[in-house]
Design a protein around this ligand. Structure first.
Ligand SMILES: Nc1nc2c(ncn2[C@@H]2O[C@H](COP(=O)(O)OP(=O)(O)O)[C@@H](O)[C@H]2O)c(=O)[nH]1
Ligand SMILES: [Mg+2]
Length: 327
């Protein structure tokens, strides 16, 4: 198994910082997933239909998503037939391999931020429902861009709807030592974004990250609001926004996936941030998001601290989820 051996060689038993973050952050998912699959292998003497049914259940319970589960299990069945495999103990590496291959599915999914050329402003819109983790992710992302990419960052408090949302972002900006452009609570979010773009350009800032209110229950209103923001940004930054990142709470499972589908109909989402991966035992949601939307997961949130945002790395992710299957 190509992929299985590759991660085993490159990641197993290693402990880099990123590796540790993934393993710690995915601990709940991993325990849930790997122990069930190991228990399954222990219960069956040979691989049969009942085994595959239970395997499907485990994958579905891990939020992999029904379509994706069918594809994965079909592929595993094929491989088992081809290799004449009868011992359930031998199947773990095939499961890991198929999950990887099907995710990657020969489409190149970049996790890199699409920055504007040097000297020009990059504008990033954060969208997603209330409580998904937008504001926290903005702070984490700003921190990451400053620390790792050497960018100067400014924030715009475009969630004028929710009480306290502006202050929450301002507090983060103060902690990070950066400027946050604000407007009045209840005011027009587009005018905050307008002011933000103007201010960032005046000051020669590299990146402006804009918070928004995610009122999915008022779809038409939200669509208009986001269209207006896009128009206003494009007046000053013709290629902007360079990214519209949709923030999804991983603990909401398949609900989160349907939310993502709704958002992608409303506006042009360029990447997904899956937050609270540390809080879910159903880490398979990443595969489901990919299958349903075909939008790259660019970042995952693995905790509440400022440096708990990680670029999504498929190998680290599969390793974090499946390392107990690789012993
Ligand atoms: N455990 C955990 N909590 C998170 C993560 N991201 C955000 N949160 C928490 O989720 C809650 C809501 O986040 P917030 O940024 O206010 O969401 P918003 O309404 O979309 O702006 C806060 O308590 C955050 O600390 C994460 O990756 N892991
Ligand atoms: Mg918020």
């Amino acid at each position: 198994m190509g992929f299985f051996n590759k991660i085993k060689e490159t990641l197993f038993g290693q402990s880099t910082k990123q590796n540790e973050r993934y393993v710690a952050g995915l601990d709940k998912s991993s325990t849930n997933f790997s122990s069930r699959i190991n228990a399954l292998a222990a219960r069956y003497r040979e691989i049969n239909d009942a085994y595959f049914e239970e395997l499907e259940d485990i994958l579905i319970m891990s939020d992999v998503g029904v379509n994706m589960v069918m594809t994965i299990v079909d592929e595993i069945k094929k491989e088992v037939r081809l290799g004449n495999i009868t011992d359930p103990g031998e199947i773990n590496d095939i499961i890991v391999d198929k999950m990887f291959v099907i995710y990657a599915n020969d489409t190149f999914m970049t996790t890199k931020i699409n920055y504007a050329p040097q000297g020009e402003l990059t504008v990033i819109l954060m969208v997603g429902v209330n409580g998904a983790g937008k504001t926290t992710t903005i702070a984490k992302l700003a921190h990451k861009m400053m620390k790792e990419d050497g960018k100067t960052v400014m924030l715009a408090a475009g969630d004028t709807f929710r009480a306290g949302a502006i202050d929450q972002l301002v507090v983060w900006a103060e902690r990070l030592g950066i400027e946050c452009v604000t407007g009045k609570e209840g005011g027009d979010p587009s005018s905050v974004v307008f002011d933000g773009v103007k201010r960032a350009q005046e000051k020669g800032i590299d990146v402006l990250i804009c918070d928004t209110a995610g009122r999915l229950q008022n779809k038409v209103g939200l669509m208009r609001e986001l269209e207006k923001m896009n128009r206003i940004i494009q007046r000053s930054v013709p290629d902007g926004p360079q990214e519209t990142l949709l923030v999804i709470d991983a603990t909401t499972g398949q609900n989160g996936v349907s939310q993502a589908a709704e958002f992608s109909k409303i506006t042009n989402v360029t990447g997904i941030v899956l937050t609270k991966m540390d809080g879910t035992a159903k880490g398979g949601i990443i595969l489901s998001v990919k299958d349903t939307l075909n939008i790259p997961v660019k970042f995952i949130g693995l905790g509440e601290k400022i440096d708990d945002l990680q670029e999504f790395d498929l190998e680290q992710y599969i390793y974090g989820l499946c390392h107990d299957l690789m012993g």
